[in-house]
Structures are given as C-alpha cells and as structure tokens.
Design a protein around this ligand. Sequence first.
Ligand code: UD1
Ligand code: CA
Length: 454
Amino acid sequence: MNHFTAVILAAGKGTRMKSDRPKVLHEVAGRAMVDHVLTAAEEAGASRRLVVIGFGGERVAAAVEGRAETVVQEEQLGTGHALLVSQAALANFSGTIMVLCGDTPLLRAETLRQFYQEHQASGAQATVLTAILDDPTGYGRIIRDDFGGVCRIVEQKDATDAERAVREVNTGIYCFEAPLVFEVLAGVGSNNAQGEYYLTDVLGDLVARGQSVRAVVVEDTEEMMGINSRGQLAEAEAILKRRVLVALMENGVTVVDPASTFVEPTVVIERDTILYPFTWLGGKTVIGKDCRIGPNTRLTNVQVGEGTEVHFSYAHDCEIGDGVTVGPFAHLRPNTVLADKVKVGNFVEVKNSVIGEGSKLPHLSYIGDTDMGAGVNMGCGTITVNYDGKKKHRTTIEDGAFVGCNANLVAPVTVEKGAYIAAGSTITKNVPAGALGVARAKQSNLEGWVKKRS
Ligand code: UD1
Ligand code: CA
C-alpha cells in the first residue's frame, strides 16, 4: 500500500469559466472536478489530503469536508506560493508530498499510483509527471540536458522560441520530498513574466543544488487535461462519459446509443443489461443482470434487481426488485421499495412506500407513505390521501386486496387481507379482511328524464 500526502491546489478563480462558482466546483459526470481529483488521490493511497483553497474557499471547503483538510491561500500569488501555505499544516511531516491540481478531473488513480511508485523506486527528490503533446501551447515546457536529464521547467510566457518548440510539457503533478521542498520553495522568487511564485522553479533549484530530479511521461495525454473553460468542461464530460461507457460495454452491457447515454462513473451495471437512448444513470445506482433501462429514463441512487424494465421514467433513492416493470412515465421518489414482479405503470407516483411482491399499480395513481402487501391490485386513478394539511399519515393495504378505480384511501387507514374496495369510494375507516368497502352515493336513475326536460 502506498502512503503519501496529497496537496491539491484549488485556490484559483478560473477566470475563463466566466462563473461565480469556484472553478474546481464545476461538475463533470455529475461530480465537482475537485471531487474527481480527491477520489483519484484517495484510491492511489494518499493517506493524508490537503486542499489549498482561496477563491470561493468556503464553498470548496464544504465540498471536500470530511475527506480532506483545507488550508487557505488568501491571495493567489502563484502555484509555488500555494504549496508554501500548506507548510504550516505539514510542519512535522517527513516523506512524499504529491502535488495535484483541482481542475484535472480525468486523472486515474492507477496513473497516480504508478507515478508515486516510480518516484519511490528512483529515490529522486522530485519527480514531475509530463506529457508529450502535438500542441504544447500554454503549458510549462520540460527542459532536459544533452543526456536526457531534467534541468528545469519554463513557462510558456517566459520561454524562448527554441524552448517553446519543446513538446514535452508539465502536467502540474509532482512528487516532492518534505521537508526539503519547503526549504527550496522559501527561496523561490517571482521575477518572471507573470510576477508569480512558480512551483515549477523548485525543480530547477533542486537540480542546481545537485539533487536528483526526474520526469515520468504519462501515456494517456487526455488524462492530464486541465479545465480552464466551459468548452474544455464539455470535452472532459465527453471523454469521461466515453470512458465509462466503454468499460460497461467491455463488461457485457449493451449501450444502444452511446451518444445519448450518460452513466456516472459511480454506477455499477451487470451483464446483458441493455441501456436504451436518452438514459442518465447516476449516483450510487446499481443495476442487475438482464434489465432493460430506457429509453428516456433517469435513475439516481437506485438499486435495481435482475430482469427489470424501466421505460420513460424517473426514479431516485429507491429500490426496485427482480422482474419489475416501471413506466412509461412513472416517478419513484425516495424510500420506495418495489418487491419482485411489481408493476408500476403510466403516470404513477410512489413515495416512501413498500410495495409487496407482484402487486400492480398500472395507471394514474399516487401512492405515498404506504405499506402494501403482495398481490394487491390498485385500480386506475387510486390515491392514498396521506396528508391532512399538517401531518403525513400511513396507509396499509394487506396481501391480495383489490382497490377499485378512483378510490381514495384517507390515511391513517388499513385495508385488510383480500378486502375489496368499490370503485369511486372514499375510504376513511378500516376495511376488514374479506369485506367489500363501499363509500359512495347510491345511484338513482330518473326514468324518462331526458324526454320530460325538452
Ligand atoms: C501550471 C504550471 C505549468 C503546467 C500547468 C499544467 C506553474 C507555474 N505552471 O500552469 O507548468 O504546464 O499548470 O496545467 O505552476 N493555484 C492556486 N493558487 C495560485 C495559483 C494557482 O491554488 O496562486 C491553483 C489553481 O487553482 C489550479 C492550479 O493551481 O488548480 C494551477 O494553476 P493555473 O493558474 O491553472 O496554472 P497554469 O498557468 O495552468
Ligand atoms: Ca491550468
């Protein structure tokens, strides 16, 4: 297991986003960019994590709460200064610090793990992760000596024409050894094109001190993409989306139309499930084998069993069993549990309810705060009246009950085993097992009324 401290630089404003929101809180695949970076660091073995915050710092701190410590950089004087402000928090720390940026959501944990291991194995005082790009514009360039050793990093704005021709760039990810890195950082000045304290200067300074500095070239250049604009945000979204869908397909999931299917990286789907177009799956959603999801379906934090179908529907924070059919046009709200073989049909809303095995809610119902047994049939338009204007109450419908169309069940109320409710009834009292509950005006027919009227 790896053990290192990660420092994530996230104090910058991200001017090019044209946003009131701190850059690292913009979302890719449903999660803040800094969250992706933090997750990669955690998974790579960063046993301690610090995030340097500044612009919109309170919001960033709230986003990483419980997962990282935060240190405040009051004024954004450059990346070198950003690492320097973490020194106090790391005063007694001796070991490897991995520096990351909060705006690189595509980084993989595996890449960081390997990078750290290469740094460890070489015994270098600093290792920089680099990439070779066709178009290196905007990035710091890696300047090597005649023997291929790293000499220093030069920023685009400070580079000569010859240096700008170098295609090997700084990804902004480094491993440093503390406390030496802080000693060197203290001596870094801001005499450069941007008047900033550059973290990149530490590498040249270490070389000047005769310390060993290495570079590791990353293979997948997409991974280190830093997001500076909304255009790049959409590019990252597309890359991450494709990555997730490719992994799903490799594991045996059919994605009918990858262009219109969105699956967040946190979602787990088992083999032979088919995702139809315009489907968005997110959060802690888990879908079993042989399901058909979509078209036009959104599931967030939903557990789905095997062989279940969900069409044109929205469900969040709920559980769906095996062999269930949902939709079209159903809305399943939090704390809903559908047991196996349940059927929830068109224009049905279910909230905070347990629906027993094989029960059917085929059309136009609202079921809220309800405990429903197995084999219940809810007629078209049935409603549980759960709210008296002040409080919510529960409805109980026992096994095998048959509730006729357009019935209102005014909670708290119980329909016992096998009872029937006449269509159009408004039920306010419990209905005993095996009884028929009728609560509607008797019909009378006025013979000949039509003729008399004219
Ligand atoms: C930096 C590197 C450059 C590298 C590039 C990779 C320096 C001097 N340059 O340039 O060599 O190719 O990243 O993407 O380091 N930040 C702070 N406080 C500050 C300044 C920045 O926390 O005072 C944070 C930003 O929020 C961001 C990260 O540091 O997450 C990088 O800053 P940015 O301004 O984007 O650096 P680049 O100019 O892209
Ligand atoms: Ca950047």
